[in-house]
Design a protein around this ligand. Structure first.
Ligand code: G6P
Ligand code: ZN
Length: 583
């Protein structure tokens, strides 16, 4: 057995190693500076404490983006030197974010071991490649992202770090071949266990969904399907689940080979970046003459996000979670005994609120960031949750889950069509959504993103909006001057959240303007970018009258959009006359 020694390497702190909403994300050229990744990893080990690190079993894998393979070797060597007992790596270093969560929670090693946590190497939906982003985040024993108490400690440690530990004499480990490699260090045996990236996750999905009914749907001649992984890690799971387990045609998979640079694309599943899928589904400008599939979906780089489409039809993420919640008990075996509660992030539309009310379910509105759902789920208060930012999931893990969302929709389609398979007219995605609106009303919804604007200008715009909130009279006068058919603002504030489980308070979680008729304008700065600032404007209007729920959403929202842009003085503060992305 190869024997390694522990080297202590002197280092000095780097500025700006503060983990954001979902870990530390920076350009690759920042991460590849000597000691940069090392400092962050050692600071994480210090934050966890030697007693948690010694003898631990940690997962290390990610979405396969550029620099992942080097980063995995570095983390393996540092873990060995810090007394970690085992490192688990998905084959080729690939594990989706939801799969890491599942592996931490459920996988049992060949020697009966269980994981204590893990490093996820991803910058999620940000582009990858030598000139793009890399990222790293730590997830805890419950499979969820480290809480702020831990990430704050990590950050403090990065500011004072003087040395890190790394194994000397430990060769690079082959992470492409499944199997266990064992080594000996000063504290005894150290194992690297490389395992199939999909097995544990597939097992979990099979325990949640009725695969047989989905298989029948996918093999029905009148149902067609398409999935776009945008060259992210979702491709690995899509092949295994949709093709091998559920019988979808191989040709229904788009961009399902993971690439280090996501094929040069932006791996974010929305109407702007998932261009190929959007065209195939007959949406937007397309020369596509062939009949689009009945169902289409896409994922982001690390496969925690999802976009759901029907034939020539877009399902807003806010509607998606509401519809899943409304149908979960009938259509998904995991929920057959009822939902413990539902939750959404603040900027997500209130479609879920209406479902919760109808079904008499516990309901929570939390700040943006999946971690806020984790506490509710750990406390058994919430089963299904979702965000407008294309995240949907449940308490089966502690991350949002892109493939889960697709399986949830396929389950609903299979349930609604159980008598229509084999031929004839299907209940379509669009039918399901329109039927939902006719029962619950419709929340017209759109989000305008102004990406990579000057950070100073963005800050000033937000300050301007907060200042305006002190005089609603003035606000309403300005609004009337912009557009007379918009109702009055009757409340305006910055969203603040008190966690019902641990009592912690999160302030300044988005600027809200709430209108008398239930419409809302929300403004926030993105917490996930790596350059400049991104302003997000969320625009929402509720329509209860079922004869008016069929309008084009951009048309229905045009007056409110105009109010949002003019009230915020968007062009004056940012120099932008149009958003970068509209969803
Ligand atoms: C990540 C988190 C999500 C959150 C999103 C917000 O994806 O996991 O929970 O909704 O970031 O991103 P933003 O760029 O709007 O801060
Ligand atoms: Zn992601």
């Amino acid at each position: 057995m190869v024997v390694f020694q522990v080297a202590r390497v002197e280092t000095t702190p780097f500025d700006g190693q503060k983990p954001g909403t979902s870990g530390l994300r920076k350009k690759v050229k920042v991460f590849t500076q000597p000691h940069y990744l090392h400092n962050f990893v050692q600071s994480t080990f210090y934050a966890l404490g030697a007693d948690k690190v010694r003898g631990a079993t940690l997962v290390v894998s990610g979405d396969g983006r550029y620099y992942s393979k080097d980063a995995i070797q570095i983390i393996i060597k540092m873990a060995a030197a810090n007394g970690v007992r085992r490192i688990w790596v998905g084959q080729n270093g690939l594990l989706s974010t939801p799969a890491v969560s599942a592996v931490i929670r459920d996988r049992v090693g060949h020697d009966g071991s269980k994981a204590n946590g893990g490093f996820i190497l991803t910058a999620s939906h940000n582009p990858g490649g030598p000139h793009e982003d890399f990222g790293i985040k730590y997830n805890m024993e419950n499979g969820g992202p480290a809480p702020e108490s831990v990430t704050d400690k990590i950050y403090e440690n990065t500011k004072t770090i003087k040395e890190y530990l790394i194994a000397e004499g430990l060769p690079d480990v082959d992470i492409c071949t499944v199997g266990v490699s064992s080594f000996t260090g000063p504290e005894g045996q150290f194992d690297v266990d490389v395992f199939d990236s999909t097995t544990d996750y597939v097992k979990l999905m099979k325990s949640i969904f009725d695969f047989e009914s989905i298989r029948k749907l996918l093999s029905s001649p009148n149902f067609t399907f398409c999935y776009d992984a945008l060259h992210g890690v979702a491709g690995v799971y899509a092949k295994r689940i949709f093709v091998e387990e559920l019988g979808a045609e191989e040709s229904s998979l788009l961009n399902c080979v993971p690439k280090e640079d996501f094929g040069g694309g932006h791996p974010d599943p929305n109407l702007t970046y998932a261009k190929e899928l959007v065209a195939r589904m007959g949406l937007g400008k397309t020369n596509n003459e062939s009949e689009p599939p009945e169902f289409g979906a896409a994922a982001d780089g690390d496969a925690d996000r999802n976009m759901i489409l029907g034939k020539r039809f877009f399902v807003t993420p806010s509607d998606s979670v509401a519809i899943i919640a409304a149908n979960a008990v009938e259509a998904i075996p995991y929920f057959s005994s009822g939902l413990k509660g539902v939750a959404r992030s603040m900027p997500t539309s209130a479609a879920l609120d209406v479902v919760a009310k109808h079904l008499n379910l516990k309901f929570f509105e939390v700040p943006t960031g999946w971690k806020f759902f984790g506490n509710l789920m750990d406390a058994g208060m919430c089963s299904v949750c979702g965000e407008e930012s294309f995240g949907t999931g449940s308490d089966h893990i502690r991350e949002k889950d892109g493939i889960w969302a697709v399986l949830a929709w396929l389950s609903i389609l299979a349930y609604k069509n159980k008598d229509n398979l084999g031929g004839g007219k299907l209940v379509t995605v669009e039918d399901i959504v329109r039927q939902h609106w006719s029962v619950y009303g419709r929340h017209y919804y759109t989000r305008y993103d102004y990406e990579n604007v000057d950070a100073g200008g963005a800050k000033d715009l937000m300050a301007h909006l907060v200042k305006l909130q002190s005089s609603l009279g003035e606000v309403n006068e300005i609004i009337k001057g912009i557009c007379s058919d918009v109702s009055n603002v009757d409340r305006a504030d910055e969203f603040e959240y008190k966690d019902p489980v641990d009592g912690s308070i999160s302030k300044h979680q988005g600027i809200r303007y709430l209108f008398e008729d239930g419409s809302r304008l929300v403004f926030r700065l993105s917490g996930t970018g790596s350059e400049g600032a991104t302003i997000r404007v969320y625009i929402e209007q509720y329509e209860k009258d079922s004869s008016k729920t069929g309008r084009d959403s951009q048309e229905a929202l045009a007056p409110l959009v105009e109010v949002a842009i003019k009230l915020s003085k968007m062009e004056a503060f940012t120099g932008r006359s149009a958003p970068t992305v509209i969803t």
